[in-house]
Design a protein around this ligand. Structure first.
Ligand SMILES: *Cc1c(COP(=O)(O)O)cnc(C)c1O
Length: 413
């Protein structure tokens, strides 16, 4: 039996498989593309699986820190071995209860997105008798690169408008329980190439330097966000950034000449680039039918299992291939046809690909959807239509190191 079919036979279908060797390879490659000393946050929202987070944390010296924004992600970070001092807590709608849980777990740095958000963090910290570091998340009036997801320059629930900062500073500086530590700018996701990534960092860093100069905002910690890209659900390689290290060093030298001595500490963030290519979703063809001249291939994985969030209102860029080692020895490229790839849910929205090129499949075939390690299962409509969550199998060096399944349980109170 092939490895994929074997995993499906043991753990069921659909099934996520995550390869930790790829996780550490992505982390090491990204860290070596960054200037020495620049720190890296892993954004848990891309994939909060504790084994993945543990692999990214590494031995604590050459690893990632954790960027989280819920109590669930906090629990995952703690389970993965992060301690509070390695965690940045972000998000525009932090409740008192979650700020309390974070402070109690030793989280000592928050990104705050509005003056009231800062107040709330300060109230909790004061009640606990501690002072926490706060980064002001800034919604910059300017931005540079072309991007698929843009979060600055327009009205937004994220961040404090940069133009209002000079006038807000006296109020922001004096919130009991908090100490302003610097800024957090996150303006770009999945940049189209290295050039736009560098252009965005150039803009971000100059905005930060201007805020320090003109608004008197002290910057001991500078979080310049991310934008590192990754292929999603289609074949492709994780991009490399051969010029980033030199370019980013030069930009930092220009605006923050003491950064190499740690003033400020500089960090960036990544989710998809670190974990996108570690994951593959295995799914089984459960039915094939024709309707009015069109062929439908129905999988046991739909938007309840894969990318449901991004699937709302638009089609995913999904491509499937026969699970690699299911191909007979010496087989050429699989024969292809055009068909619509549907999930099992009772909604017309459960379409993974309309009239896409697919290998010719039959009922029972196991297919693999590549580059599904980020924004896969937990970015999906897991509860919708009440199917069980897929199992998640973690492998390292070709060996299964863990297999688990998230359960939904209704508890009455
Ligand atoms: C989502 C998010 C990220 C990660 O984005 P990727 O495109 O997955 O790298 C980083 N920082 C913040 C603040 C985010 O909200």
């Amino acid at each position: 039996m092939s490895r994929h079919a074997d995993l499906v036979a043991r753990y069921g279908s659909p099934l996520y498989v995550y390869d930790l060797d790829r996780v550490t390879a992505a982390r090491d490659a990204l860290l070596s593309s960054l200037p020495e000393g620049v720190e890296l946050f892993f954004s848990f929202k891309a994939n909060p699986h504790p084994e993945i987070a543990r692999a990214l944390r590494g031995d604590g010296r050459n690893g990632c820190m954790a960027e989280i924004s819920s109590t669930g992600e906090l629990a995952a970070a703690l389970e993965a071995g992060f301690d509070g001092s390695q965690v940045l807590y972000t998000g525009p709608g932090k409740t008192y209860a979650e700020i309390e849980a974070a402070v109690d777990a030793g989280v000592a740095m928050f990104s705050v997105e509005s003056p009231t958000d800062l107040q709330h963090v300060g109230e909790v910290a004061t009640g606990r008798g501690v002072v926490v570091d706060c980064l002001l998340r800034v919604n910059s009036a300017t931005s540079s690169a072309a991007t698929s997801i843009r979060m600055t320059g327009t009205p937004s629930q994220f961040g404090i408008d940069s133009e209002t900062l000079p006038e807000l500073m006296p109020e922001l500086r004096t919130v009991p329980g908090t100490r302003l530590a610097g800024v957090h700018l996150f303006s770009l996701s999945n940049s189209k190439d290295e050039e736009s990534l560098v252009a965005e960092f150039r803009n971000t860093i100059s905005v930060a330097a201007r805020l320090e100069r003109e608004a008197g905002l002290p910057i001991r910690f500078l979080d310049i966000g991310g934008g590192f890209a990754a292929p999603y659900l289609t074949p492709g390689e994780r991009p490399v950034y051969p010029n980033l290290r030199a370019e980013l060093s030069a930009i930092l030298d220009e605006h923050f000449p003491a950064w190499r001595e740690g003033t400020p500490r500089v960090a960036c963030e990544s989710g998809r680039h670190l974990v996108g290519d570690c994951g593959e979703l295995l799914s089984t063809v459960v039915n094939i039918k024709e309707s009015r001249g069109r062929k439908f291939v129905i999988l046991d994985a739909g938007i309840n299992t894969l990318g449901g969030m991004s699937g709302l209102g638009r089609l995913l860029p999904v491509s499937v291939r026969p699970a690699e080692d299911d191909l007979p020895e010496g087989a050429g490229p699989a024969e292809q046809e055009v068909a619509t790839l549907a999930g099992p849910l009772c909604t017309p929205g459960d379409i993974l690909g309309k009239n896409v090129r697919l290998p010719v499949l039959k009922i029972g075939d196991v297919v693999g959807i590549p580059n599904a390690g980020a924004y896969g299962m937990t970015a999906s409509l897991l509860m919708f239509l009440g199917r069980p969550a897929p199992a998640e199998v973690v492998v390292r060096g070709g060996e299964v190191v863990s297999a688990s399944r998230i359960e939904f349980v209704r508890t009455y109170q």
